[in-house]
Design a protein around this ligand. Structure first.
Ligand SMILES: Cc1ncc(COP(=O)(O)O)c(C=O)c1O
Length: 359
């Protein structure tokens, strides 16, 4: 019996990539693989993404892990470099930083002896107010990058939507107009759309689109399922049933006896818990699918186990596998039940959960 594992469906990944390519039209694709490819395994997912033009990650160690794994595609560092000591490493490994603040520009201008100049992306803050240079500074900033001897070619101009998952929100249009105002002065190569903007066709005039979540077969929208978007879930998180017990009416189950059986019933114990990244905050009733049927979680999720109520007539056996999310139970639904977003559930899948690509 296996404890917790995540089956990674690579044909589903390829399918999603094809679907996103269709939405992207002529735009190039920067596939977002940060946080261990949203929990799916960085190097392996990168190796499968033949149809992507470049890979985006958040941290230098993620980018270097990709290079060490033999990835030769362009790699973009979405938060750029954190201090000047990273610049020679970026140059040596051909990694492209996003420049989002003046301290980075100064460090880039002052760097000496890089083995080659860097391709860079310039991020403009069009309204998300997280990273990016103010729109009023963007043109002179861009010109300084163009003039910098440590910069190779033309910087890509980029921004990020705050609310693309709700396409009707006025902020999207305001951000786009702000971006267009900068772009009209620069005529740069541009990148704006994440999964939601790409799938909702928020007009962004991208030369580069940047999907993450949708690649993994997950819908970014509250009111549209992955299936409706023709996306297939890539990860199915599973665990074995390692014990089944009968409990009498009134008996408590698990830590703190948080749930008491209202009547005589059977409880199944699955070998997965918050030590595997399954959220402890999953409330009673969050479903687990075993043999095609849904069973509700009862009691607190513990570190290595969780319990579901099977009912007296259940034919679930020790050794059966339960599905925490994936092919038969959308991670979007579990996230909603838990009060979080699918991104967090996927990223939190722990190191000890075996990623199984042979499915
Ligand atoms: C700058 C940037 N672009 C693109 C993405 C991909 O977003 P999504 O996973 O919603 O497609 C992210 C992820 O947060 C990001 O930070």
């Amino acid at each position: 019996m296996r404890p917790a594992w995540a089956a990674i469906n690579l044909p589903a990944l390829a399918h999603n990539l094809t679907v996103l390519r269709e939405h992207a039209g002529a735009a190039s694709m920067l596939a977002i693989l940060k946080a261990n490819a949203y929990g799916h395994g960085l190097a392996r997912i990168a190796a499968e993404l033949h149809g992507a033009d470049a890979i985006g990650v958040a941290r230098l160690d993620e980018a270097l892990a990709l290079r060490n794994a033999g990835v030769v595609k362009p790699i973009v560092l979405l938060e750029g470099f954190f201090d000047p000591s990273q610049l020679p490493i970026l140059a040596a490994s051909g990694i492209q930083p996003v420049i989002h603040a003046e301290y980075q520009l100064l460090q880039l201008e002052q760097a000496r002896g890089l083995v080659q100049p860097l391709k860079v992306w310039l991020k403009v803050d069009t309204g998300m107010h997280r990273l990016g240079v103010p729109p009023a500074d963007a043109v002179p900033f861009y010109r300084r990058l163009q003039a910098c001897s440590n910069v190779q070619g033309e910087p890509v101009l980029m921004s990020h939507f705050a609310s693309a998952d709700t396409p009707q929100v006025a902020q999207n249009e305001a951000q786009r107009q702000c971006f267009d105002g900068v772009q009209q002065q620069l005529h740069a190569v541009v990148s704006f759309s994440n999964s939601a903007a790409l799938l909702a066709h928020v007009p962004a005039h991208d030369d580069w689109v940047r999907p993450g979540l949708a690649l993994y077969g997950v819908s970014p929208f509250a009111d549209k399922s992955a299936a409706q978007l023709n996306l297939q879930p890539v990860m199915t998180l599973q665990a074995s049933v390692i014990a089944i017990r009968e409990v009498a009416a009134g008996e408590g189950v698990g830590y703190g006896a948080a749930w008491h059986a209202p009547e005589r019933t059977k409880v199944g114990v699955l070998a997965i818990g918050y030590g595997d990244g399954y959220p402890r905050t999953a409330p009673e009733g969050t479903p687990v699918v075993i043999n095609g049927q849904r069973y509700p979680i009862k009691g607190h999720v513990s570190m290595d186990m969780l319990t579901v109520e099977l009912g007296l007539d259940s034919d679930v056996k020790i050794g059966d596998s339960g599905q925490l999310w994936g092919a038969e139970l959308p991670v979007e639904e579990v996230a909603k039940s838990v009060g979080t977003i699918p991104y967090e559930l996927l990223c939190n899948v722990a190191h000890r959960v075996v990623l199984d690509y042979n499915v």
